[in-house]
Design a protein around this ligand. Structure first.
Ligand SMILES: [Zn+2]
Length: 371
């Protein structure tokens, strides 16, 4: 450990040589090397955390580069864990890096968390968050968690024995289709930097045991209004994993996927819709908003946003036409919801374009951009 590298830390009475030694002796596991993982990993490596395990089974995609600042354009197609480890090794050769290119599953998560002083969750889906939470509760390890969507973020430290866990506050995942993923809803790139830096700060504080950790408080950030609120959150004695009579003895995932939601909805393939459109024998209605339609849309489709199906105003718009109806969104989740709402509201059957605009771009019109 070269002291010049950490000179600005050594000047801080709260850190000093003792704090820096604690960091060097620490092992942190970071789940996800994406938008949140990039700042988290960068600052933890720069700070001289002794060992960093980074877990990500994904490869770098062009759409990642708007916020995942560890990666460059030339990295597209390469494994994120591998590229991130290269960048971090160049940043600080003191750090022992363990890139793990693997999925976080019920089987793997306990092994990934074992031996960690602290875990940072930078993943972007509910199924993984529950898994990581359960593994951390069962191992007694603090979990620095965050979630970002559009201009909104939440951050907390979940730590059983010291405060609530994720399941205490969010006992069940939202219904499928209720909360869009970043891929559907979008996210401001810089928000990942803001929030990942807060996670890194909390991680360093916990490792050095300084300050008041974000335990028992849910930090809620609105970047549009530039507000931060700390909402008190409590342990739930009835929590399934950290409560007084826990029922979860091993990490358990909670399924929230679009495929669950679309199972019962009739679908139609992109090729079939293409043939029907040529004969003007179908009405194609896009349920996405204007922002998404401006990126990629099916020629000849019209726009009726999902909100209009939810409030019922879409039904009259669609009543004046006898042609069969096909509803479209990005990948098929929201159009399936619209099909269900239309049937419930009017009794009229429609079909959902299987795979959405992405399938259209793949199977019918490669000139349509994917996003
Ligand atoms: Zn709990």
């Amino acid at each position: 450990m070269t002291s010049a590298r950490y000179a600005r830390h050594l000047l801080l009475p709260e850190v000093g040589a003792a704090g820096q030694r604690r960091l060097a002796a620490s092992r942190v596991v970071v789940m996800g090397a994406g938008g949140l993982g990039a700042p988290v990993l960068s600052y933890l490596a720069a700070a001289g955390v002794g060992e960093l395990t980074l877990v990500d089974d994904d490869t770098v995609d062009l759409t990642n580069l708007q916020r995942q600042v560890l990666f460059a354009t030339d990295d597209i197609g390469r494994p994120k864990a591998e590229v991130a480890a290269e960048r971090l090794a160049a940043l600080n050769p003191d750090v022992r890096l363990s890139p793990r290119r693997e999925r976080i599953t019920e089987e793997s998560v306990a092994g990934l968390v074992a031996g960690a002083d602290l875990v940072v969750d930078g993943t972007d889906n509910f199924a993984t968050r529950y898994l990581v939470n359960d593994a951390c509760v069962l191992a007694g390890v603090p979990l620095v968690w965050a979630s970002i969507l559009r201009f909104d973020a939440q951050v907390a430290v979940w730590w059983a024995g010291h405060g609530p866990c994720y399941r205490c506050v969010f006992p069940r995942p939202p219904e499928a289709g209720q909360v869009p993923s970043c891929a559907e809803g979008g996210v401001l790139g810089a928000l990942a930097g803001t929030v990942g830096a807060v996670q890194a700060t909390e991680a360093l504080k916990l490792l050095m045991d300084v300050g008041d950790p974000l335990v028992g408080r849910l930090l809620v950030h609105d970047a549009l209004r530039q507000t931060w609120d700390a909402v008190p959150v409590r342990r739930d004695p009835g929590c399934a994993v950290c409560g007084d009579a826990p029922t979860i003895r091993a990490p358990r995932t909670e399924q929230v996927t679009c495929t669950v939601a679309v199972d019962d909805v009739p679908t139609v393939s992109a090729q079939e819709v293409s043939a029907l459109l040529r004969d003007d024998a179908v009405r194609v209605v896009d349920v996405r908003g204007e922002a998404e339609r401006s990126i990629a849309a099916i020629a000849g489709s019209e726009a009726v946003p999902l909100e209009a199906f939810r409030d019922g105003s879409a039904f009259a718009l669609l009543a004046d036409d006898e042609r069969p109806l096909v509803l479209v969104c990005k990948s098929g989740g929201r159009s399936a919801e619209a099909v269900r709402l239309l049937l419930a509201g009017t009794g009229r059957a429609a079909r959902s374009l299987d795979g959405g605009v992405l399938a259209w771009a793949r199977d019918v019109d490669p000139a349509v951009p994917t996003y």
